[in-house]
Write a protein that binds this ligand. Structure first.
Ligand SMILES: [Zn+2]
Length: 163
């Protein structure tokens, strides 16, 4: 049975407070998109060297169920991130704009044990333990934090000359 044909698709609210409580245990799929400013992502705000207008991240999320032989259908979450923040350039120590674009795929599971059973070598998709009040905002922020370069730098030749 293809559950996608019978399950309702629910529009995710772009409101950050609504993103903190998403019911991924309900028999429905989600679709949504929005923009989060740096101020709505407090751990990222700590990393940012400065915040200029327009800094922040566009996100889009879509979930669906995939048939899995011999078990319940798998719930898949696709997350897209695209945006910009400012970090300290490690070459000239001035603010440097960093653009990020990421696409992630998760298999939603309901327990840590199920996540532990998941093969580590699968880099295409990771297990994500979800709940009835899952904090999707935190996951979006986690993924941005994981994507930022360890040693941010201006492109070669674009550093600020020392005053
Ligand atoms: Zn620089």
């Amino acid at each position: 049975m293809n559950r996608n044909q019978v399950l309702p698709q629910v529009q995710l609210s772009p409101d950050p407070s609504a993103l903190k409580r998403v019911d991924f245990c309900a028999p429905q799929s989600y679709k949504g998109a929005g923009f989060l400013s740096i101020s709505e992502l407090p751990r990222l705000a700590e990393e940012a060297s400065t915040v200029v207008p327009g800094d922040g991240f566009n996100w889009d999320v879509e979930t669906h169920f995939e048939d899995s032989p011999g078990s319940d259908p798998l719930q898949i979450l696709e997350l897209g991130l695209k945006g910009r923040l400012h970090l300290v350039c490690q070459r000239c120590l001035q603010d440097c704009s960093v653009d990020l674009a990421e696409q992630r795929r998760f298999i939603l599971v309901s327990t840590e044990a199920e996540a532990d059973d998941y093969p580590l070598e699968d880099e295409e998709q990771e297990p994500l333990v979800v709940s009835q009040q899952f904090n999707l905002l935190e996951t979006i922020e986690d993924e941005v934090l994981l994507s930022i370069p360890l040693i941010p730098k201006h492109p070669e030749g674009f550093c600020e000359p020392h005053a």
